[in-house]
Design a protein around this ligand. Structure first.
Ligand code: GUN
Length: 293
């Protein structure tokens, strides 16, 4: 039976550490970190995520600002808000929660955020710096996974890692970070996606699998090698009449059967999700300290 990679506990530890460091930083005259978040529309999951991020700011002693817009907001209006936050010297980090409505270009919005305030690490400047192994804000999900592997001292050097999903936010940066020199890293990485032929052939070779395709319970036990390390990034709301909320959260991994075969596994919820919040706080604190730009 696999050991659980407990993201909830690890995130709590990281947040406590950040809170102590922030208190010390502020007591010594440092600027109190301040994160701004922009939320467009009324998607339930996005509302929940943004609320968690704002709440976490309060818990570690940061200021936060939340700007909400109706989903009919124009691209122009949204870009103007980004620019206003860019120009506000009190705000260290800005995130625009994704997804955005179809009439708004994610690329345009992401690129309008100043790289030095882009604590989500989505701006091409930060992506490019990450690829070149230069100081950069690294996107919260892949960064959180790296921290989790580190916390549990999961061996990565020389391991074969198969990433499922090539999104800009998770799969692609994950493949880059795990192949970089150093720890966690030095993996041989295979990046698979919807056009990959015989995906199970690849996953069965993997020492480490990162499932980030957004397909509930996609990864089954027969697709996994004995003793593999399983990172489940999926978090999909699946309707369930027996649940009080009307839905349950499912990862991309069929947890019970895969847990029996693997050496380490992240649960959903309580695995990768909480780690993303700690990563975002970490980046925002770096920004307030001026440690990257
Ligand atoms: N939507 C899903 N994940 C993320 C994230 O890490 N940041 C933002 N801004 N939106 C998201």
């Amino acid at each position: 039976m696999a050991q659980i990679l407990d993201g909830k506990l690890t995130s709590k530890k990281l947040k406590e550490q950040i809170a102590v460091e922030v208190a010390d930083w502020v007591a010594n005259g440092g600027k109190k970190p301040h994160l701004a978040a922009i939320l467009v529309g009324s998607d339930g999951a996005s509302q929940t995520y943004v609320a968690s991020k704002v709440k976490a700011c309060g818990m570690v002693g940061f200021d936060s600002t939340l700007r909400t817009f109706d989903e009919t907001v124009s691209e122009e209006e949204l870009l103007a808000e980004v620019e206003s936050i860019n120009a506000n010297p009190d705000i260290d980090g800005l995130i625009v929660q994704l997804p955005l409505p179809k009439h708004i270009s994610v690329e345009k919005v992401t690129q309008r955020i100043l790289p030095e305030k882009d604590v989500d690490g989505f701006h091409p400047v930060n992506v490019g710096r990450m690829v070149k192994n230069e100081p950069a804000y690294i996107a919260a999900t892949p960064f959180g996974i790296m921290k989790l592997l580190e916390e549990y001292k999961v061996e990565t050097s020389g391991k074969h890692c198969v990433v499922i999903g090539r999104s800009d936010i998770v799969g692609t940066p994950m493949s880059i970070l795990l192949s970089r020199k150093g720890y966690p890293g030095d993996c041989t990485v295979t990046l698979t996606h919807s056009r990959t032929k015989d995906l199970a052939y690849h996953t069965r070779q993997a020492d480490i699998i990162v499932a980030a395709l957004g397909w509930p319970e996609f990864l089954k036990a027969d697709m996994v090698k004995e003793g593999a390390v399983i990172i489940d990034v999926g978090i999909t709301r699946v309707e369930d009449a027996n649940s009080k909320r009307g839905y349950v959260l499912k990862g991309d991994v069929k947890f019970d059967e895969v847990a029996e075969k693997s050496s380490f596994i992240t649960p959903v919820p309580g695995g990768v999700g909480p780690m993303t919040i700690a990563s975002l706080l970490y980046n925002t604190f770096l920004s307030a300290k001026g440690e990257i730009y």
